[in-house]
Design a protein around this ligand. Structure first.
Ligand SMILES: Nc1nc2c(c(=O)[nH]1)N[C@H]1C(S)=C(S)[C@@H](COP(=O)(O)OP(=O)(O)OC[C@H]3O[C@@H](n4cnc5c(=O)[nH]c(N)nc54)[C@H](O)[C@@H]3O)O[C@H]1N2
Ligand SMILES: Nc1nc2c(c(=O)[nH]1)N[C@H]1C(S)=C(S)[C@@H](COP(=O)(O)OP(=O)(O)OC[C@H]3O[C@@H](n4cnc5c(=O)[nH]c(N)nc54)[C@H](O)[C@@H]3O)O[C@H]1N2
Ligand code: SF4
Ligand SMILES: [Mo]
Length: 710
């Protein structure tokens, strides 16, 4: 343990994991700041981490369920008993040849995480929030550029040249942070003469700072991009040098032919953006020295991969790949493998999405991991028997959260179909209410972690050390320590190292480093440069042809060799009965649905934080329905209903209703006193609407039809 003073470590009040400094006095965290050796910023959540650390809602002992799942009644148990229960169940599963029916759901901070090793060695699967955010982007980038998965890599805004364009296509960078420095980097780029363009049905903080806000129809982004691609090609404004040298032969001609009828006028009808604006934006982008595109919510149910595809084509023909201000490609850091390296089970053969009766449905899918949204179905199908959940809250974050809660309580012959549900938490959550065992985790101020994420915003920053700055209370143990212990019990040949620190030391040896050395260096190792146009020196891209693949022949049969311009499939369903589209957006005050920020009194303060989740309704729509500001309204979808306070606002298109994503938690002192509704209560369970499901499992965050009942 370090002594008092400013100690470098990594924030985890949200998934950006910024480099921070924690001021420790008398063994207590007192203050947080951004670490100038990283990007140097900490956001409001990061600074409020002190309140999380000393929350009276922390759990400090392992708990075992008494009563039924969902009742939330527990009694304390010893760690020995808890680990014996888990190990016995996992042994039983493996003896039956069903190790693949274990899934651990967690946020994949880093490829150095020992949880992955345990799952590969034992034979279970990892399941993460990835399909929610940007699996479509990852798959699109792999298919087009052969690149390593670059999750959460927005363009490096700190490299945008004067005149460059920063295009947010369903990205709320000022609220949904990828690094606390992102908003400032964007504003500084603007000060240098770059321009910010925001495509969003909602007038976000980004839109408020933008040079141009384009209130696109929800899920119209693919059509808008195809319209721009058509115009850039028709006007011969594409990057001729990049197209001739770096795009696979024949692909550009196929693209030209395909987009011939995708004119701005034709695409305008779909995306509800005037054709003149599509042309203007296309010309601006073609003439600019750089264009960086960022998106999460351009990616959604039924056509996520189409958008990802149109996005990569747009970047390629405008020459914006791995250039300053354009789309960076990550550079891998040479860490050492920990020998022996376990192989892991085959997702295509044993994954829970293909072990049940829905196997045929997934034939054309390109999953990179199990989709969380399919958990409920997998439990019903018998493909998922043990679920270990940490740093995720599927009882609230899942599309159709009620379906998840139903599935985990479903019984057969008197026993739960999901045989064991474990929840690692720092506070009791909506998900842990259903767990058989709740295990008290250490917070990010109390544990070791080696963060290596080539997909980071600041990916020039190679590895970042999270180190304990204070003691953990009670019997808290970090989930990684527990996974290592389970590994030693169940698959010892892969867990011959002493503990987490030695595990990280082995990996750091590849860089000539160790945890201790990294500590001495201030916790950060960085190559010091990001490097641009690396494909030139590398002899091309990672695709089989070494060139960019605009045409995806493997998806010919699925009708997606080229991006389809349509709206999300649900757009046309029940349009009369449910005239509004639900749009959800994040807030800088909260991360996801979690107990961590929704129980933080600083972040939940009605004046300086965010207390409520009102439904934003455009005054034009409200007048037609006779709704006044402050009225209580019921919002209903085909699958759920919520009650919220109406807030009349021009910030949202008249055909949409906007809600914050993440509310709805009622467990914990602050959350229970606040009011909040969860957008996911309205969104249908993606696992049961497979026909609308995208090839990569991009989800319906933004394509649910709703109506308002006053
Ligand atoms: N403070 C905070 N930061 C976070 C998170 C958090 O919960 N809180 N979560 C982290 C995670 S896991 C992620 S994935 C990212 C998410 O980051 P974002 O996806 O950027 O965040 P959101 O605010 O959910 O949605 C972005 C915007 O998309 C708009 N939108 C909705 N539908 C459409 C559409 O069809 N087209 C277009 N063009 N726009 C649309 C919404 O109005 C919203 O303004 O943020 C990360 N950072
Ligand atoms: N409608 C709608 N649904 C969405 C989205 C949306 O935009 N709209 N966004 C989707 C996206 S992009 C994502 S990534 C998912 C995210 O969904 P999840 O991955 O489920 O993440 P969170 O909701 O942030 O929940 C994180 C949980 O981890 C707990 N936690 C915090 N710190 C620690 C810790 O140190 N240890 C342990 N063990 N637990 C900790 C928190 O208390 C919380 O319960 O949600 C998805 N769901
Ligand atoms: S964006 Fe804020 S909450 Fe998230 S890791 Fe960075 S400082 Fe922490
Ligand atoms: Mo996400």
């Amino acid at each position: 343990m370090k002594h008092d003073g400013w100690i470098p470590t990594a924030c985890y009040q949200c998934k950006a994991e910024c480099a921070i400094l924690a001021r420790v006095e008398d063994g207590k965290v007192k203050e947080i700041r951004g670490n100038p050796r990283g990007r140097g910023k900490a956001c409001v959540k990061g600074m409020a981490g002190v309140s999380l650390q000393y929350s009276p809602d922390r759990i400090t002992r392992p708990l075992k369920r008494v009563g039924e799942r969902g009742e939330g009644r527990f009694e304390p148990v010893s760690w020995d008993e808890a680990l014996d229960i888990i190990a016995a169940k996992l042994n039983e599963l493996r003896d039956k040849g069903e190790a693949h029916k274990l899934t651990a759901s967690f946020f994949p901070h880093s490829i150095t995480d020992p949880k992955w090793r345990f799952l590969n060695a034992y034979g279970g699967f990892i399941n993460t929030a990835l399909p929610h955010c940007d699996s479509a982007k990852i798959v699109a980038f792999i298919k087009t550029m052969g690149g390593v998965p670059n999750h959460h890599i927005p363009p490096a805004w700190f490299t945008v040249p004067p005149g460059g364009i920063m295009l947010m296509a369903g990205r709320h960078a000022f609220g949904g942070l990828d690094d606390a420095a992102v908003p400032l980097d964007i504003l500084e780029a603007r000060r240098r003469g770059a321009r910010l363009v925001v495509l969003d049905p909602f007038f976000s903080e980004d839109a408020a700072k933008a040079d141009w806000w384009i209130p696109v129809r929800p899920s119209g982004d693919t059509a808008l991009f195809l319209g721009m691609i058509n115009h850039i090609i028709a006007r011969e404004m594409y990057d001729r040098d990049f197209v001739e040298n770096w795009i696979r032969e024949g692909d550009f001609d196929k693209l030209k032919e395909y987009v011939r009828d995708k004119t701005p006028a034709a695409m305008s009808v779909i995306c509800d953006v005037p054709a003149a604006d599509i042309r203007k934006l296309a010309e601006m982008c073609a003439e600019a020295p750089s264009v960086g595109v960022d998106s999460f919510k351009g990616i959604m149910l039924g056509q996520a991969l189409d958008f990802g595809h149109a996005w990569t084509i747009f970047l390629a023909i405008t020459g914006n790949i791995d250039n300053p201000g354009g789309q960076p490609l990550p550079d891998l850091t040479p860490l050492s493998p920990v020998e022996p390296v376990p192989a892991g089970p085959s997702l295509a053969e044993k994954g829970f999405h293909v072990t049940g009766p829905d196997r045929e449905k997934f034939r054309n899918y390109s999953f990179i991991m199990e989709p969380t949204w399919y958990q409920a179905q997998a439990i019903k199908n018998g493909g998922l028997k043990v679920l270990i959940n940490s740093e995720a809250n599927p009882a609230l974050t899942e599309m159709g959260q009620s379906e998840w809660c139903r599935a985990v309580t479903m019984k057969e012959n008197g026993a739960y179909k999901l045989e064991l549900l474990v929840s690692y938490e720092i506070m009791l959550s909506e998900t842990s209410k259903y767990a058989d065992l709740v295990l008290p985790d250490k917070t990010y101020f109390e544990r070791w972690e080696l963060l290596y994420m080539p997909w980071w915003y600041n990916f020039g920053q190679g590895v970042l050390l999270r180190q304990p700055v204070v003691e953990a209370p009670g019997e808290c143990r970090h989930s990684n320590e527990v996974f290592i212990e389970l590994g030693k019990r169940l698959c010892p040949e892969y867990f011959a190292f002493r503990d987490d620190v030695e595990f990280y030391d082995i990996q750091l040896a590849g860089l000539g480093l160790s945890v201790a050395k990294l500590q001495d260096m201030g916790g950060i190792w960085s190559p010091g440069t990001m490097g641009f146009r690396k494909y030139r020196d590398a002899g091309g891209f990672g695709t089989p042809s070494k060139k960019i693949h605009l045409y995806w022949e493997d998806l010919e049969e699925a009708g997606q060799a080229m991006p389809r311009p349509g709206l999300a499939p649900e757009y046309d369903a029940d349009a009369e009965a449910y005239p509004f589209m639900l749009v959800s957006y994040r807030s800088i005050f909260h991360q996801g649905t979690g107990q961590w920020s929704h129980n933080n009194p600083q972040l939940r303060d009605p004046v300086s934080g965010l207390y409520e989740n009102p439904a934003l309704i455009n005054p034009i729509a409200a007048e037609k329905l006779g709704i006044k500001d402050g009225d209580r309204v019921t919002i209903a979808s085909r699958t759920g209903e919520i009650e919220a306070t109406a807030k009349l606002s021009q910030r949202i298109r008249p055909d949409c209703i906007a809600l914050h994503h993440g509310f709805g938690s009622s467990i914990g002192r602050v959350a229970a006193s606040g009011s909040g509704v969860s957008d996911n209560a309205l969104i249908p369970d993606a696992g049961t609407t497979l026909d609308w499901q995208d090839l990569v499992g991009g989800e319906s965050h933004v394509s649910t039809r709703v109506r308002i009942q006053s």
